[in-house]
Design a protein around this ligand. Structure first.
Ligand SMILES: NC(=O)c1ccc[n+]([C@@H]2O[C@H](COP(=O)([O-])OP(=O)(O)OC[C@H]3O[C@@H](n4cnc5c(N)ncnc54)[C@H](OP(=O)(O)O)[C@@H]3O)[C@@H](O)[C@H]2O)c1
Length: 307
C-alpha cells in the first residue's frame, strides 16, 4: 500500500487481517498478482485525480484460490483469475463475479495474473481498430505485456504483424509470429521494408513521438491508428487514446470487451494457443524492486508478485 505518492520507496508491505467475504462476491487467497505500468503511475501520483486517500492499495490483476464465497458458481477451493481489482498486491483480495473466471488447470497462477490489463487492452483495441484477416498490423512495443498479447490476437484473426522492440527481443517477436523491427532512427524505412504491401492498422503501446509519427506516415486513416499511451502528440495528430483507466476514453462496449478478454485468453492459454510470458517473479515484500523493474521501460512479458 502507499500512504503518499512518490518513488518505489513509498510502497509499504504491512500485515493486515484478511477482509471479510463480501456479501456479493468472493474472498481470494492471492497466489500471484500482475504488475502493470499503470500501477507505477498511480504510485508516483502521475495519474492522481486529486489528493491521495490513504492508505491506497495497488494491483488490478490476480490469480488465486477462493477462501470465502457468498455467490453461486464460485465455491471455496476454486482456483480463479480476476481483473479490475483494487488491492491485488496482497495475500487476500475480494472480487465480485463480473471480475472473475475459473482458472483452467493448464494455466498457472503466474500466467493468470498476467492476463487482465494487458490482454484486455490488446483484445479491445484490435476490435476497435476493426482488424480483419489478411490485413497488416503494426504494433509499437511488441515485446511488452500489451504488445505480446496484441501480436497473438492479431495472428489469431488472420492478420500479419510487424512489431517493434529492441534487438534482444526480436527472437521473441518472431516466435509469436510477427516480423520484428528495431525502433530508433530510421524506423519508418525499416517498417516499410518489413511490410512491403503497406500497413493497415496500428496499435501503439510505446507512446513515443517516433512511433506516432511513423504511424501517421504509414496509415492515412486516423481511425485505424490507436495509442494506449495518453499524450499531447497523439492528440495533436488526431490519434485516439484508448485508456481503460480514464472515464470517457473508451466506450461502454469497449469496456465490456476488456472484461470478455479474461475468459477468452484463459481458454486460449489452456488450449496451448496463447502464451503469457512471465518475465520476472518477485516476492510481495520486494514490490519496490518490481516497480523499479517496470519503470525501466524495458520489461519483457509480465512482472508478477507472489505473496
Ligand atoms: N490505455 C490503457 O488502458 C493501457 C493499458 C495497458 C497499458 N497501457 C500503457 O501502455 C504502455 C505499455 O504497457 P505494457 O504493459 O505493454 O508495458 P511493458 O510490459 O512494461 O512493456 C514496455 C515495452 O516498451 C518497449 N519500449 C521501450 N522503449 C521503446 C521505444 N522507444 N519504442 C518502442 N518500444 C519501446 C520495451 O521493449 P524493449 O525492452 O524491447 O525496449 C517493452 O517491451 C505503458 O505506458 C502502459 O501504461 C495503457
Amino acid at each position: 500500500m502507499i500512504n503518499r505518492y512518490g518513488g518505489p520507496e513509498v510502497l509499504e508491505v504491512v500485515p493486515v487481517e484478511p477482509p471479510p467475504t463480501p456479501p456479493d462476491g468472493v474472498l481470494i487467497e492471492v497466489r500471484a498478482a500482475g504488475v502493470n505500468p499503470f500501477d507505477t503511475k498511480i504510485r508516483s501520483g502521475a495519474r492522481a485525480a486529486g489528493p491521495l486517500v490513504a492508505p491506497l492499495r495497488l494491483g488490478a490483476d490476480a490469480a488465486g484460490v477462493v477462501v470465502g464465497s457468498s455467490i453461486r458458481g464460485f465455491a471455496v477451493g476454486d482456483a480463479v483469475i480476476a481483473r479490475g481489482l483494487t488491492g491485488a498486491y496482497a495475500t487476500h483480495v475480494t472480487a465480485t463475479p463480473d471480475l472473475l473466471v475459473h482458472k483452467p488447470d493448464g494455466v498457472t497462477f503466474e500466467q493468470g495474473a498476467g492476463i487482465g490489463v494487458p490482454a484486455g487492452t490488446a483484445y479491445q483495441v484490435l476490435r476497435s481498430l476493426r482488424l480483419a484477416a489478411g490485413e497488416t498490423l503494426l504494433v509499437h512495443a511488441g515485446s511488452g505485456g500489451v504488445g505480446q498479447a496484441a501480436i497473438q490476437f492479431a495472428r489469431h484473426r488472420g492478420a500479419s504483424v510487424v512489431a517493434t522492440a529492441s534487438r534482444p527481443n526480436h527472437e521473441r517477436l518472431t516466435r509469436l509470429g510477427a516480423v520484428p523491427v528495431a525502433y530508433g532512427a530510421g524506423l519508418l524505412d525499416r517498417i516499410r521494408a518489413a511490410a512491403p504491401t503497406g500497413v493497415d492498422a496500428v496499435l501503439d503501446a510505446a507512446g513515443t513521438d517516433e512511433a506516432l509519427d511513423a504511424s501517421v506516415a504509414l496509415v492515412a486513416d486516423r481511425s485505424r491508428i490507436a495509442t494506449i499511451v495518453v499524450g499531447a502528440r497523439a492528440a495533436e495528430l488526431g490519434i485516439r487514446a484508448h485508456s481503460g483507466f480514464r472515464p470517457g476514453f473508451i466506450h461502454p462496449w469497449e469496456r465490456e470487451l476488456r472484461a470478455e478478454a479474461l475468459g477468452v485468453t484463459a481458454d486460449l492459454l489452456n488450449e496451448g494457443r496463447f502464451e503469457i510470458e512471465v518475465g520476472a517473479v518477485y516476492p510481495l515484500d520486494r514490490v519496490a524492486d518490481a516497480h523499479r523493474h517496470s519503470e525501466s521501460g524495458h520489461v519483457r512479458g509480465k512482472i508478477v508478485l507472489v505473496p
